[in-house]
Design a protein around this ligand. Structure first.
Ligand code: ATP
Length: 140
């Protein structure tokens, strides 16, 4: 079994997509091991997305991710990281609507920035991101 970090971003929460997203998660065989709804501050977003700090879209990303509460979840299943990335679809929600119409981003995202969900992209980032938000330990 593998764990990954999922986030329902502010547009996902304000658009009332939380229960539809939760349904897809459970129907796809994930178990939700932890969940918390929080309002992120600018410093925590800067640190979470540190790899993007030099990108031109970074200030907008910080504004977007602090614009309202987010739902942070630890998901578990076999191949959780790749399977959750496949389920959410491409980063650009506008493209997702065309190429991956059944994806979560096609369902609730709007464009390249406001794409309603996050998923860890590797084992290293999953482990970093889970510890970023959840300081307790997991038992297998
Ligand atoms: P995430 O890390 O949130 O799962 P991702 O791995 O698909 O998304 P990244 O390239 O890591 O995409 O970008 C992180 C986030 O920054 C994106 O999800 C999106 O909200 C925003 N973003 C990425 N590229 C752009 C861009 N060119 N313009 C505006 N926002 C962007």
């Amino acid at each position: 079994n593998e764990r990954t970090l999922a986030i329902v971003k502010p547009d996902g929460i304000s658009g009332n997509y939380t229960s539809s997203i939760r349904k897809v998660i459970l129907e796809s065989g994930f178990s939700i091991q932890r969940e918390v709804t929080v309002q992120l501050n600018e410093d925590s977003v800067r640190s979470f997305y540190a790899e993007h700090s030099t990108k031109s879209f970074f200030p907008n990303l910080v504004k977007y991710m602090t614009s309202g509460p987010v739902l942070i979840m630890v998901l578990q299943k076999v191949s959780a990281i790749a399977d959750w990335r496949a389920l959410i679809g491409p980063t650009d929600a506008r493209k997702a609507k065309i190429t991956h119409p059944d994806s979560i981003r096609a369902m609730c995202g709007q464009d390249l920035e406001r794409n309603c969900v996050h998923g860890s992209d590797s084992r290293e980032s999953a482990s970093r991101e889970i510890s970023f938000f959840f300081t307790d330990t997991f038992s297998e």
